[in-house]
Design a protein around this ligand. Structure first.
Ligand code: PRP
Ligand code: MN
Ligand code: MG
Length: 178
């Protein structure tokens, strides 16, 4: 990345934690009585969110991962979603919760839901920490959303800028300098 930038905090770690607690209660209600909830994290961006979310869930949970990539190191969506790693487990007849860090154009979530839906899960719900509705190109919305945000380039809490800054504990906004 040749361009210099600074990061301004947009959503604090504390605000994220509080929102996750509230979302976990809603998920527990929706999946009450499940024999097992398969929580699917979309790599790489969701790895921090799924870690915090599953630790809040008072449900029998299995964690699995699927790697989907459409941005690579670019700032703009390629609109082509590549599945780089598939689930380890079977989801036919299971309760499934897909965990995403952010829904932007919607291509990633749309593609993944098509793929997982074709495997005939019993229930398939989605949660995204962030939603940028103003950028949507595919008509899709997660079952639960943590925060709706404006069209800003965000990083942290799992989200990268050129593969960097995923380890920030908060959601920040990239501000290009010069
Ligand atoms: C980012 C982000 C979402 C997706 C959202 O993933 O983590 O998965 O893009 O964008 P969309 O709604 O326009 O499809 P990316 O492709 O950068 O892969 P990563 O998770 O490994 O960073
Ligand atoms: Mn992603
Ligand atoms: Mg990325």
């Amino acid at each position: 990345m040749g361009q210099d930038y600074e990061i301004d905090q947009m959503i604090s770690a504390k605000a994220i934690a509080a929102r996750i607690e509230a979302l976990a209660r809603e998920i527990e209600l929706r999946f009450a009585g499940t024999d097992k909830l398969v929580v699917v994290g979309l790599l790489r961006g969701s790895f921090v969110f799924i870690a915090d979310l599953v630790r809040e869930l008072d449900l029998p949970v299995e964690v699995d991962f699927l790697e989907a990539s459409s941005y690579g190191d670019a700032m703009e969506s390629s609109r082509e979603v590549r599945i780089l790693k598939d689930l380890r487990g079977e989801i036919g007849g299971r309760d499934v919760l897909v965990v995403e860090d952010i829904v932007d154009t919607g291509f990633t979530l749309h593609h993944v839901l098509g793929l997982l839906g074709s495997r005939a899960p019993k229930r398939l719900e989605t949660i995204a920490l962030l939603d940028k509705p103003s950028r949507r190109e595919v008509d899709i919305k997660a079952t639960w959303t943590g925060f709706e945000i404006p069209d800003a380039f965000v990083v942290g809490y799992g989200i990268d800028y050129g593969q960097r800054n995923r380890n920030l504990p908060f959601i920040g906004q990239v501000r290009l300098t010069q």
